[in-house]
Design a protein around this ligand. Sequence first.
Ligand code: ATP
Ligand code: MG
Length: 657
Amino acid sequence: MTEQGISNLSHEDRHFDPPAELAANANLKAEAYDRAAADPLAFWAEQADRLSWGEPFTEVLDWTNAPFAKWFVGGTLNASYNCVDRHVEAGNGERVALHFVGEPEDDTRDITYAQLKDEVSRAANALIDLGVQTGDRVAIYMPMIPEAVIAMLACARLGAPHTVVFGGFSADALSSRIIDCDAKVVITADGGYRHGSASALKPAVDEALLKCPDVTGVLVVRRTGQDVDWTEGRDVWWHDVVDAASPDHTPEMFDSEHPLYVMYTSGTTGSPKGILHTTGGYLVQSAYSFWSVFDHKPDDVYWCTADVGWVTGHSYIVYGPLANGATQVLYEGTPDSPHKGRWWEIIEKYKVSLFYTAPTAIRTCMKWGEQIPAEHDLTSLRILGSVGESINPEAYMWYRDNIGGGRTPIVDTWWQTETGAHMISPLPGVTSGKPGSAMTAIPGISAEVVDDAGKPVANGEGGYLVITEPWPSMLRTIWGDDQRYKDTYWSRWEGYYFAGDGARKDEDGAIWLLGRVDDVMNISGHRLSTTEIEPALVSHPKVAEAAVVGAADETTGQAVVAFVILRDSAVSGGQGDGHADIVQELRNHVGKEIGPIAKPRTIMIVPELPKTRSGKIMRRLLRDVAENREVGDATTLADTGIMDKITAGMTAAKNDD
Ligand code: ATP
Ligand code: MG
């Protein structure tokens, strides 16, 4: 173990080769790595050919004003045209773009590319009537319904950057984002269906707008039919103005660097940052990565369970798949409404072949038990994806075996709101994937793991993850704050983008993400990562989920404190009350799996963990609990009441041996 690097404790020997047929027909083959490395800009120019351009670009990258990049300089394009119209013009208008599945049973709707083109054009015309002009910002606060996708594409069509705010957020979170990017119009709905009932959205908009006098129009979709307050002169119904608008709208071509959207980060490690993405580079890389990492073929049916309020919903529900003319499922609700087999039922019904979800969801399904997916025919699946955090080997194996029938490669995709698109991931037809590793940078991307001095670490060692070359879908700045952009991402090592994550390279050079550098614990001089200890806890048969944090400790500097959710079976077996047996059992288990240094000092059995909207654990809040502090900024929690439930339902057991 090194003093400076991050310790490397876990070990994984399993790996899975791509199925032969998938490898033989893969969109991107092994040769692409060398080709891209030899001339990255030529490689990206080739990827840019996936799109339809108005004016062709004259230069691939202008990096003279680093870290402010310009990609595909001089080129013009329209993102909405690329995602919709051109597929219709190519004769694919009858292809289904969206298989919408509402949460209430039998509430489904298929939308073809031709229909999508009409709807997007109508919505664009309605937005023009509401006064939206090129460059104006539009906030979108919606449930997971087709109108959310249509609204985003309508904004893109007008060159009016959207900022999508997760529908689960509070009025405060909404107003602070509207104010930060100075949005002029808000698109919302009366409500949406989640957890088996209609939940309201419009009241939060009304409350938020008390603080946002500059918003002049609110476009409201009627989804649930619940009563809403109405502000005459400001609020209009979607079905009044969009349905009445013309389905003809000629898209204007915008400069490649025209702003496409502002997306706020999840707020896992601090206050959310407004990340600016522009049009050309972003669309090139989201289209290319969707095509290569999911090996997308025209007859695939794809489904990403993310919310559009998260960057994954932008790049891998809207822009990447639609730029490829994909057919996809869009599901409104939760995985357990009205029963815990809902997702698998949908996969069976639509013969989903590419499925993309988050480790937290997989662990929830594990907790419910494998008998639930076993009731469904999931043989249509050919590739599974994971995003949002490292997938612990236990969940990887469960996912592969119980959802993928032991056949499907898993693409563990590492990327960020800031990176805009996939950066580090297996290629499903090339890579021999290891459970828990995102493997290597995709062709075109240069990633490295470095030490404090910015020198690459040797294989087998840990350090900081950096991106060493600019990439097309990189953030262009933090909205309105160029200095914070430079300071946050580009100041630590000259010329390197610092992602804020720790990582290690294994003996083969594969990259293993170790979580946030901010979350690294220092136990008696050993720097341990959360990503190594948490999977060890989850590998115990009684544990469903675990989060660990470092809390101040007089003897060891910091001590490991673990928050553990037990599996349903363990709880009903009478072990769930946090009594000493289970706690001792878990401590010993961690000691055996990774070593005595990693044994948690304290284990708290909890009913829930605090998570962001994208399902990531907010360890900074748990650190507050572990150190008996008042809990910090929790506005981006998916469920803001969760911290109370956790402290109320918590049973702690401390053990100092
Ligand atoms: P904030 O930046 O506000 O703290 P956030 O980092 O959680 O929020 P996102 O941009 O949604 O916001 O998440 C990106 C982060 O998610 C990455 O930096 C990384 O820590 C984690 N992540 C995403 N995918 C993976 C993956 N496949 N493996 C490991 N970590 C991942
Ligand atoms: Mg981040």
